[in-house]
Write a protein that binds this ligand. Structure first.
Ligand code: ATP
Ligand code: MG
Length: 450
């Protein structure tokens, strides 16, 4: 059975159990939307009139996760859970982040407190019927993301919904209702009151799940949210590039094209694509081009971009390793083009780097979104194929004791010779230790300074 069918069937067991105990039990929210769209659900949510303690009594292994919000998590085995939430209404919520408290309510009110009409549907498995209290079905049909009720008021309850609106529009390939979009534009600045972690997670999902993440980025920009959450990226808009290298247009357009061309990217790749040219706006200058004619240059934009990427990702509270990987990819993203002229040792290091798969894909997208030539990539792939048998970098054939045995006194001369020998080993693919030592003794006699 397909996984989504399995989740759906498991949710059915939960709703049957609730029903046979005399409670109302409906499937709710995103899973109903996804079912009607023929998409696999990410998770399944059940809504019920049973109180959390009553749910807990029916499912002994269930865990109260948000007692205050009336949410109980029922484990299904295999790491899958169903969340069972008591019908509720949110009360208060003037800080733009949390309701003050929740009160248990009926299903109609529970639909009203949800964010968008297409997220406010219920499915009654017993009657095999969709229950639509918020006009979600016509919007699902017309493929529109629209706030339930007055958009500005709904955003004021939780400004993260502004980002969710853009994320759902992009991931579902829907249109954003104009009144909902206008309310986002009017309130975009309020997103700053939302925690970095929640913003980060929405942005990552937008980038990784949208079939055209570039269109998602444009919508983020048009609604004014981009300038608030990623001003460095918004600054790429309108930064012109030399048309001979970038016929597609400015830095922002180039990045949009790359994002659109990604297929099921990892978060590292998606963020690296988004940020790879973030160093261009601050480094743009007119300098000498081919034949001495002036052209726009972005000297050092890779290093400048790596510093900015690090700042941005730290600000968004990304894990340290994530920040380091993405920033390293941004720093190195111009190296690939040099591959056909690279020394073999340098190329070997490029291919052996842990971030190589991301760098390769970034480079491929970069070429396709600009001049379209994959010549450098072909050169790297040919070399990589030769090394494919060797997983990591080979271990050095020669160690410090070998070098001292050649008569080199302890000191910096040993390290210098070790580096030279390893460079030679990578360069020539030498596998014979004696041959390498002989080369070392010849090229760097004990008295010489390498
Ligand atoms: P996905 O799981 O694909 O992100 P989803 O619609 O299931 O989409 P969840 O975040 O899992 O989204 O939330 C489940 C449901 O809870 C939503 O469909 C929506 O009805 C409601 N919901 C979630 N977050 C909010 C919010 N911030 N404001 C209002 N309603 C929300
Ligand atoms: Mg969900």
């Amino acid at each position: 059975m397909e996984t989504s069918e399995r989740i759906w069937a498991a949710a059915g067991r939960v709703t049957r159990r609730l029903r046979s105990a005399g409670y109302r039990a409906l499937l709710a929210g995103g899973c109903v939307r996804d079912r009607l769209l023929g998409r696999p659900p990410r998770d399944v949510d059940v809504a019920t009139d049973a109180r959390p303690e009553q749910v807990k009594a029916l499912f002994p292994r269930a865990v109260l996760v948000g007692a205050a919000f009336g949410v109980v998590r029922v484990p299904l085995g295999g790491g899958r859970d169903v969340e069972v939430a008591t019908f509720r209404r949110d009360v208060g919520g003037t800080d733009g982040r949390h309701p003050e408290r929740v009160e248990f309510a009926d299903e109609r009110e529970d639909a009203q407190r949800r964010d968008f009409t297409v997220n406010g549907l219920f499915y009654d498995p017993e009657a095999d019927r969709v229950l639509d209290y918020v006009n979600g079905l016509p919007d699902l049909e017309a493929r529109i993301v629209r706030a339930i009720g007055d958009p500005a008021r709904r955003f004021a309850e939780d400004y993260l919904r502004m980002l969710r609106a853009v994320r759902f529009t992009a991931t579902l390939s829907f249109a954003l209702d104009p009144a909902t979009a206008a309310a986002i534009r009017a309130n975009a600045g309020r997103i700053r009151g939302i925690s970095a972690e929640r913003i980060r997670d929405e942005l990552t999902r937008l980038l990784c799940e949208a079939p055209r993440a570039g269109a998602g980025l444009r919508l983020l920009h048009e609604t004014g949210l981009l300038a608030e959450v990623l001003p460095e990226v918004a600054a790429m808009d309108g930064v012109a590039q030399p048309p001979e290298f970038h016929p597609e247009g400015d830095v922002f357009t180039h990045t949009v094209h790359m994002l659109d061309a990604m297929r099921a990217p990892s978060p590292e790749l998606a963020w690296a694509v988004l940020l790879h040219d973030v160093g261009k706006p601050p480094t743009a200058a007119v300098g000498p081009g081919r034949g001495g004619r002036p052209r726009i240059r972005f000297d050092g934009h890779d290093a400048a971009g790596a510093v900015l990427a690090e700042q941005i990702l730290r600000r968004l509270r990304m894990p340290k390793r994530f920040v380091e990987a993405v920033s390293a990819v941004v720093r190195g993203h111009m190296r690939f083009a040099e591959a056909p002229r690279m020394r073999r040792a340098t190329l070997r290091r490029l291919v052996g780097a842990p971030t190589y798969p991301i760098e390769r894909e970034l480079h491929r997208l970069d070429c396709l979104a600009s001049h379209g030539s994959l010549a450098a990539l072909d050169a790297v792939d040919r070399a990589a194929a030769e090394w494919a048998a060797q997983q990591a970098l080979p271990s050095p054939l020669v160690d410090g004791r070998d070098v001292m045995a050649l008569g080199v006194p302890e000191g910096p001369g040993v390290g210098d010779r070790l580096r030279a020998a390893y460079e030679r080993q990578l360069e020539t693919g030498e596998t014979d230790r004696e041959a390498l030592l002989a080369w070392l003794a010849r090229e760097f006699p004990p008295s010489a300074t390498p």
